[in-house]
Write a protein that binds this ligand. Structure first.
Ligand code: HEC
Ligand code: HEC
Length: 384
């Protein structure tokens, strides 16, 4: 298939090279400006075979942006990049180093270690079903997967590389030159193409058909245990005097993502001893007291696999996470009005121990199938 990418950037590269040979000063202004500009004049559009993701039971169709429809070639390339340490400055860290396929693509460590073992301050979330999130990161600072991918590459605590540096490294690899040409047509490799490919791969990581899905959407009444069915009833109870999980981790009529693109202060960032928020959360992006200490309510799908929990990975087990909500989170001045009342007074004291077990049992029903080809055939789990 013929490429639809314009030759324009190529022509400019030549102008630039010629200019650089003469002298920096003699560069045409437009070319100098273009050299610093990371946004291409026109978006790169994939070529190749369309890739259809069939949504599993319980999940809606997978959305994709108009200028980055999924193709077999970009998904293949994106998967290779995701698992390749080439994206980090010293070739020690890949996306999968912190997003481990064995843990729903989350990090089993509370906070992740990047290049030289440097540590960040937040837990790496699960990436299964990330295709459905309209806003990304715990504080929502990235609008979509395409924009997100550059974050870890440039973060000095994570991959500590530059996007231009990555472009150069990829261009020096005959294997990548070939894969990029197949996915994006001829021409220079750009970060935009890499980011879009990684985004397309991540959109294939859908995981549904869990025991909950078979029970709730598939009509299989035997798919969930009686304890989990009681847990679901508690989960759906919208009273603030009971669990009220559903108002922030959604369950819908035809399908469920178990998340929503809103932010809430549950008190998870509140230090009751120091009486202060240890992470300002959403208010770092959207200033104001309402968003102080507020984070995205992450999906609960595959939650049993993605311990530890919360933005700081401070809660180690599902049991502890339920204790947290039975305490009404950690009360503080900015706590969300949707958080349950401490002690959940509508659940009789004598029934509370069982209610907690039922909620945990319900969350264990949210483990879905892993999509086929999520992991490259030659991938070996890193040594601990
Ligand atoms: C050093 C560890 C580390 C590496 C390497 C890393 N990530 Fe992450 N990732 C994180 C952490 C920590 C967060 C949460 C950061 C936050 O919300 O502030 C995150 C968040 C994300 C999110 C948002 C998830 C959500 O639910 O909002 C996506 C998507 C993601 N990473 C993809 C990638 C991709 C793609 C790569 C490789 C290019 C990558 N990550 C490399 C640690 C890492
Ligand atoms: C007011 C909205 C709200 C309600 C109600 C709520 N949650 Fe959450 N939930 C959140 C937010 C926000 C986070 C992320 C908090 C953070 O990390 O600071 C979260 C995180 C979690 C996590 C950890 C997710 C992860 O990937 O680390 C679990 C488990 C969880 N909630 C379960 C529940 C259960 C079970 C209930 C009902 C008992 C419930 N939630 C009720 C908003 C809510």
């Amino acid at each position: 298939m013929e490429t639809i990418r314009p030759l324009y950037p190529m022509a400019l590269t030549l102008t630039l090279m010629a200019g650089a040979l003469a002298s920096e000063i003699s560069l045409p202004l437009r070319a100098r400006h273009r050299a610093l500009d990371t946004q291409p004049a026109r978006p790169a559009i994939p070529i190749g075979q369309p890739f259809i993701v069939k949504p599993p039971l319980g999940l809606p169709p997978v959305p994709a942006p108009k200028d980055n429809p999924l193709t077999r070639e970009t998904v293949f390339l994106g998967r290779k990049l995701f698992f390749d340490k080439v994206l980090s400055r010293d070739n020690t860290v890949s996306c999968a180093s912190c997003h481990d396929p064995r843990h729903a693509f989350a990090d089993p460590k509370p906070v992740s270690g990047g290049v030289n073992g440097k540590k960040g301050n937040r837990n790496a979330p699960a990436l299964l079903n990330i295709a459905y999130s309209g806003i990304l990161f715990w504080d929502g600072r990235a609008p979509n997967l395409e924009a997100q991918a550059g974050g870890p590459v440039e973060n000095p605590l994570e991959m500590a590389h530059s996007l231009v540096g990555v472009e150069r490294k990829l261009a020096a690899s005959p294997v990548y030159v070939d894969l990029f040409a197949k996915a994006w047509g001829p021409g220079a490799i750009t970060w935009e193409m890499a980011a879009k490919s990684i985004a397309s791969y991540q959109r294939t990581l859908v995981s549904g058909n869990s025991r909950f899905d078979r029970y709730y959407y598939g009509g299989d009444k035997m798919a969930m245990t009686p304890s989990a069915i009681r847990g679901l009833k508690l989960y759906l109870n919208p009273s603030l005097k009971a669990a009220n999980c559903v108002s922030c981790h959604r369950i819908d009529v035809k399908s469920s993502t178990f998340t929503e693109d809103r932010f809430h202060n549950t008190g998870a960032a509140w230090d009751p001893v120091k009486k202060t928020l240890l992470d300002l959360g959403r208010s770092l992006i959207q200033p104001g007291p309402k968003m102080a200490g507020a984070f995205r309510s992450m999906t609960l799908r595959n939650i049993a696999r993605s311990a530890p929990y919360m933005h700081d990975g401070a809660i180690k087990t599902l049991e502890e996470s339920i204790d947290f909500y039975f305490d009404g989170g950690r009360p503080n001045t900015n706590i969300s009005v949707d958080m349950p009342d401490p002690g959940l007074p509508d659940i009789p004291k004598a029934e509370q121990a069982q209610a907690k077990k039922d909620l945990v049992e319900f969350m264990k029903m949210l483990d879905g199938d892993l999509p086929p080809d999520a992991v490259p055939p030659d991938w070996k789990p890193p040594q601990p």
